[in-house]
Design a protein around this ligand. Structure first.
Ligand SMILES: CC(C)(COP(=O)(O)OP(=O)(O)OC[C@H]1O[C@@H](n2cnc3c(N)ncnc32)[C@H](O)[C@@H]1OP(=O)(O)O)[C@@H](O)C(=O)NCCC(=O)NCCS
Length: 372
């Protein structure tokens, strides 16, 4: 019987997928056969999203049409805007997304003339709108226009957030990070979404399952926790002694380690470079230098390497994204991977229902209330 250490379904093959490889058997990280390095370098996030949702890279015409559909999906139904206004400013933005997307199911349910793929595109278009409509309303009472200008998802997000045209380099950095976050095989949130889909539940239920699972700091919430860690220190020396002390008392250092990777996370190299570029563009290397020192200490002391979440923290900070919106940005991207997996699960469905080893009490006779 697996104890806590051997549990967590580590090394269990829980099914088949044709969507991504995560570096096992020397295959590297790829989405539908395309290397993550090439996608991060050459593809826009919209091309990556299309690849994940439809299974192939779009032609120019398909991509134009996809952009048009995304732009048409940005506006929120007035009822959703009203619901978002009711959520207090203290709400975690992940709860805002979970609630907003769940509420959309009442107004635009999955049905014969609105299929899961249509809703996936709708959500890709309007998730930034939900999040940032609520964000501005709660912080300044302003009801923003969510339609935004042209451009892709990264540009839409940054222009709604900052209420001005974003810097081109910033748009590119966010676009690459969305590609890196888009898909990662049977990670916890994707697997959870597949479990929900396997009961033949609706698409929105599977997506909100994914959001709830992503929120935890051992999964998507690690990018926010990594930022809180980095910000604690004023310089690399302070960071080194802080991390040594944290390790001494056996604390987890967020943004390090991975269930599947054992030597490095291929996505980390890409985002680390962007973190450096953005730090130099801002003329402020403080967070980058602190992050690099933490990386050195973790490699030296624990042979642990940064995962995608670690350098995403300083990169997002330089894009002016508030820390509490880091994990929601992950949602914006991972909607693509979740959707691809929900469709894949449905295409060859069998309910996911594993078994457990029982470790409870031996059979006992019934005890009447007055004898307990
Ligand atoms: C990702 C993660 C959940 C994987 O968990 P896991 O596969 O169960 O890893 P294990 O618990 O088996 O880790 C093996 C050892 O490394 C240690 N370790 C793993 N990640 C660590 C971290 N981030 N900080 C400090 N120690 C860590 C564990 O404590 C364990 O040590 P032990 O053998 O002395 O008990 C884990 O590495 C973690 O919690 N990382 C921080 C959260 C994070 O960044 N999540 C995002 C993942 S993309």
């Amino acid at each position: 019987m697996p104890g806590a250490k051997q549990g967590g379904l580590a090394d269990v093959i829980a099914g088949q997928t044709g969507i991504s490889t995560v570096g096992k058997e020397g295959k590297g990280l790829s989405y539908r056969g395309y290397s993550i390095y090439e996608l991060a370098q050459f593809a826009t996030f919209e091309e990556t999203a299309y690849l994940l949702l439809y299974g192939w890279l779009p032609t120019a015409q398909q991509l134009n049409e996809f952009h048009r559909q995304l732009a048409d999906s940005r506006e929120l139904p007035p009822a959703i805007a009203s619901i978002l206004e009711l959520l207090p400013g203290s709400t975690h933005p992940m709860d805002v997304l979970r609630t907003g997307i769940s509420a959309l199911a009442s107004f635009e349910p999955e049905e014969e003339d609105r299929l899961a793929l249509d809703i996936a595109v709708r959500l890709l278009g309007c998730t930034s709108s939900m999040l940032l409509y609520w964000h501005h309303y709660q912080h300044s009472g302003k009801r923003i226009d969510t339609s935004g200008s042209g451009g892709g998802i990264a540009e839409h997000f940054l222009s709604l957030l900052h209420q001005r045209e974003p810097d081109e380099q910033h748009v590119k950095a966010l676009d690459v990070s969305l590609t890196l976050y888009a898909e990662h095989e049977f990670n916890a949130s994707t697997f959870a979404a597949r479990v929900t889909a396997s009961t033949l539940s609706d698409y929105y239920s599977a997506i909100t399952t994914g959001i709830g699972t992503l929120r935890g700091p051992l999964h998507g919430g690690a990018n926010e926790a990594a930022m809180e860690l980095i910000e604690r220190y004023d310089n690399p020396e302070e960071a080194e002694s802080g991390i040594l002390e944290a390790l001494r008392v056996k604390q987890l250092i967020m943004g390090f380690g991975h269930r599947v990777y054992s030597v490095s996370d291929p996505r980390s190299d890409v985002i680390k470079e962007w973190s450096l570029t953005l730090s130099e563009q801002a003329g402020d290397r403080k967070l980058y230098d602190i992050s690099e020192r933490i990386e050195q200490v973790m490699r030296r002391e624990k042979k642990l390497f940064p995962n995608l979440d670690f350098y995403s923290a300083s990169a997002y900070h330089h894009l002016g994204i508030p820390t509490s919106l880091f994990t929601p940005v992950f949602v914006l991207s991972r909607l693509t991977g979740w959707s691809a997996h929900i469709l894949e699960q449905r295409a060859r469905n069998r309910i996911i229902r594993p078994s457990a080893d029982y470790i409870g009490p031996e059979p006992q006779g019934w005890l009447p209330l007055e004898q307990r």
